[in-house]
Design a protein around this ligand. Structure first.
Ligand SMILES: Nc1nc2c(c(=O)[nH]1)N[C@H]1C(S)=C(S)[C@@H](COP(=O)(O)OP(=O)(O)OC[C@H]3O[C@@H](n4cnc5c(=O)[nH]c(N)nc54)[C@H](O)[C@@H]3O)O[C@H]1N2
Ligand SMILES: Nc1nc2c(c(=O)[nH]1)N[C@H]1C(S)=C(S)[C@@H](COP(=O)(O)OP(=O)(O)OC[C@H]3O[C@@H](n4cnc5c(=O)[nH]c(N)nc54)[C@H](O)[C@@H]3O)O[C@H]1N2
Ligand code: SF4
Ligand SMILES: [Mo]
Length: 708
């Protein structure tokens, strides 16, 4: 055999980098950046090579497994699918539809087969207890898009390649490679802004990797961003109103001075730790910049005021005259226009159509906040959850109050996990259904092209054929659905027909149909011919045509936000600053909880150390490298301290995704590294009051030195 080169998109994170895989005889020789990819131009991060490790990983499951007691047994696909379908139907028939819950993890959005087939499985189950990683992540973004623009997936992004002033609040793209904004080579693009004479400001309680390459970094006390955002608005309304541009006709006006009432820069300075002078400077620079865009991510979404923060960030981008224009905040025009396709079927997104059974938290987009998953399993009564389906998710490590969730999972009558690994979550399942690996399936970015800072499209066929009998995720779902038909003969026959057609079309056939209907009328054949991807041009203005609101207006200040703001105003006026709070962090050689079995990615010093400021270390008698116990309302754990001025006083930082050294986990390398699971500390009762998103950042904790 000769050496061959295969081009595709790295499916590990949101940056969608083009890669070139050299291979021979089914063996991978190298993975490099694809210089011909019009979007990533050869850029990759160290994680791309982990695709090889994932492909070759002896711990990655190849056959379905059923657990009997503590023993796992490999079984045939038929046996596993029959057993799973019959258990799910048994529980549904005995306890009702809501008794079967589901949790979809982050990799589902990187797998277009799952995106196309997953919703059918959830519909067949018919439960209101649907959960996903959205509610430990980007829920506030979807809420703002839905309430203001009329569609939960219409996500504006900073026009980073043309902006003069980029303000990053609570995001660390140099480690994460960007999120809710698809930007390969963030570092290169920041350099581009600086080379054009523009400026980048980072606002973060930690002096991050991104802060180091920015022009300026300001520390901010966790959870106090709302004060800063309101104070900027206050300066604009009361001190710089003459400079404020008129709102476009398509924007419904709002009483801005009521929104920022009382929120002076002096007031904000006292809470944020940023001086009133700096806030006035920012407000002025923002208005006088040729163009500006403000981008807020995990640090402002996954916190107490996440919903209000993401709304206010949009408000500031719009009121400053930077919405829908070059260099400001813009919308993409993807080749598959997902918002338009969904809207044509009447699906724009929903909020609060129903509530969770125990705590009454609101639904969003057909899901409930995952912070209630454990209590829905543990609280008896009508509608109690008895079975769980997890798909590409590791909630034990990713969602708040892990200890409680572990107790809950152990009490389930039945649990099935569609996953590559026997990990912290799937070890609780009765069946694991492992799909084939990411190089054994075709790929198209249905979601991330919609959040991209340039219009692009790229399709890659599978690199390797799957092992004999192996199934892709969508085939597993298809197999379950075929076994789960219920209802009258007519409904069952109709269901069979739809399944038959979708199975025959496969994800690629459905993709082809969607591409043809899209704004560029592309075909799969054209995409296949452009193996490095197609460039469809820079972002372009599209307002008000692309709005999905019924009145075709952009709603600047929906009542829901105004009501929430009034609810929290007393908290904002009081000084609610905690003594010591915990925040998260990410590392460029890691990816949430599931790439730690790659030796080359995890090598080096342990990464789950608690970052603590020297003043706090002294206050609590903690030594560099010393053992430290961290406690919160719901749990405690012990790790090593790293004393650093990288975090501000009053703030400690731990990454999530660790804690692999647990009985029953079959991940040899990850188990050796072990680490601590920070979500033992995060609290299922701490939420964004508006959306129900978890508030994983800003958790009040105490620390103590442990003598050994
Ligand atoms: N290498 C790597 N890349 C990843 C991932 C990964 O695990 N590893 N995960 C992927 C996923 S799923 C996502 S969602 C994205 C996330 O992408 P990012 O949001 O860029 O990732 P984080 O590193 O969590 O950045 C959050 C920042 O917010 C700061 N912060 C915490 N609390 C506050 C606060 O109250 N206010 C402010 N202003 N800042 C605060 C933290 O210090 C941190 O620097 O990354 C994706 N990419
Ligand atoms: N404290 C704290 N907690 C956090 C965060 C934080 O910043 N701080 N970040 C949150 C965020 S942003 C996110 S997105 C969540 C992530 O939360 P999750 O999505 O629950 O967790 P992951 O670690 O991404 O786990 C992904 C799982 O999917 C499997 N998998 C990977 N690819 C595939 C595939 O193609 N098919 C199938 N079937 N399985 C696959 C992996 O083996 C792994 O078990 O974590 C959240 N948790
Ligand atoms: S930044 Fe890294 S992990 Fe993300 S797509 Fe690019 S190569 Fe893959
Ligand atoms: Mo995420």
């Amino acid at each position: 055999m000769t050496i061959q080169t295969h081009k595709r998109t790295c499916s590990l994170c949101e940056a969608t980098c083009g890669i070139e895989v050299r291979h021979e005889d089914g063996q991978i020789l190298s993975i490099k950046g694809d210089k011909d990819d019009p979007f990533s131009k050869g850029y990759i991060c160290p994680k791309a090579t982990a695709l090889q490790d994932l492909h070759e990983d002896p711990d990655r499951l190849r056959l379905p497994m059923i657990r009997r007691g503590d023993e796992w047994h490999e079984v045939s696909w038929n046996e596993a699918l029959d057993y799973t379908a019959s258990e799910l139907m048994r529980i549904r028939d005995q306890h009702g539809r809501d008794a079967v819950a589901s949790y979809l993890g982050n990799p589902n959005v990187h797998n277009y087969g799952n995106l196309l087939f997953g919703p059918m499985l959830l519909k067949a189950i018919g439960s209101k207890n649907k959960f996903s990683a959205t509610s430990v992540d980007q829920l506030p973004h979807h809420m703002a898009s839905l309430q203001m623009l009329g569609h939960q997936l219409l996500q504006p992004v900073a026009d980073i390649d043309r902006t003069d002033f980029l303000i990053i609040i609570g995001g660390n793209p140099l480690a994460s490679n960007g999120s809710m904004m698809t930007v390969p080579d963030f570092r290169g693009r920041i350099k581009g802004i600086q080379a054009r004479g523009g400026r980048v400001l980072v606002i973060d309680p930690r002096a991050t990797e991104t802060a180091r390459v920015a022009d300026e970094h300001w520390f901010i006390r966790p959870g106090q961003d709302i004060q800063l955002l309101l104070a900027v608005l206050h300066v604009w309304v009361h001190e710089l109103s003459a400079q404020l541009p008129a709102l476009p006709d398509y924007v419904t006006p709002a009483d801005l001075s009521a929104i920022c009432a009382g929120m002076t820069p002096e007031h904000a300075a006292d809470r944020t730790g940023i001086s009133a002078e700096a806030i006035r400077q920012l407000a002025g620079d923002w208005l006088s910049a040729e163009s500006a865009s403000c981008y807020g991510r995990m640090g402002v979404s996954v916190q107490q005021y996440g919903g209000l923060c993401q709304w206010l960030i949009m408000v500031l981008n719009i009121v400053s005259g930077n919405f829908d224009r070059e260099g400001g905040l813009m919308l993409s025009h993807p080749a598959v226009d997902l918002p338009a396709i969904l809207a044509a079927r009447g699906s724009r997104g929903n909020f609060n159509r129903y509530q969770s059974r125990v705590r009454g938290l609101p639904e969003f987009g057909g899901e409930l906040p995952v912070s209630v998953l454990a209590e829905e399993i543990l609280t008896s009564g009508e509608g109690q959850v008895k079975a769980l389906v997890t798909m590409a998710g590791n909630p034990v490590v990713s969602t708040p109050n892990s200890t409680q969730l572990v107790t809950a999972l152990d009490s389930l009558e039945f649990m099935v996990s569609i996953d590559y690994y026997l990990n912290e979550t799937t070890r609780h399942a009765h069946v694991i259904l492992p799909p084939c690996g990411p190089l054994e399936r075709d790929h198209y970015d249905l979601i991330f092209n919609s959040f991209a800072v340039r219009n692009v499209a790229k399709y890659a066929p599978a690199l390797f054929p799957p092992d004999k009998g192996a199934k892709e995720d969508w085939q597993i779902i298809h197999g379950l659905l075929k076994r789960m038909g219920r209802g009258s003969l007519k409904t069952r026959l109709q269901g069979r027909l739809v399944l038959g057609i979708m199975g025959w079309m496969k994800p690629s056939g459905i993709l082809n149909a969607m591409l043809k209907r899209g704004p560029y009328k592309l075909t799969l054949k054209q995409l296949k011919a452009a193996s490095s991807g197609m460039d469809l041009g820079p972002l372009r203005p599209c307002m008000p045509e692309r709005l999905f609101t019924r009145d075709r207006k952009l709603h600047l200040a929906p009542d829901l936000y105004l009501e929430e703001l009034e609810r929290v105003r007393p908290q904002l006026l009081a000084k609610n600053v905690e003594d010591l709070v915990l925040i998260g962090r990410r590392h460029v050689r890691s990816n949430n909880s599931w790439l730690h079995n790659s030796r080359r990615l995890i090598k080096g010093p342990r990464r789950d150390r608690l970052m603590i400021h020297p003043e706090d270390a002294e206050r609590f008698g903690i030594a560099e490298g010393g053992t430290v116990e961290i406690s919160s309302r719901v749990g405690k754990l012990v790790t090593e301290a790293e004393i650093t001025e990288e975090v501000m006083p009053g703030v400690v930082s731990l990454p999530h995704g660790w804690g692999h050294n647990v009985d029953g986990v079959r991940l040899e390398t990850a188990r050796e590294a072990g680490g601590v699971n920070t979500n033992v500390l995060t609290d299922d009762a701490r939420l964004d009051g508006l959306t129900g998103n978890a508030a994983l950042n800003g958790v009040p904790v105490s620390v103590a030195a442990v003598s050994r």
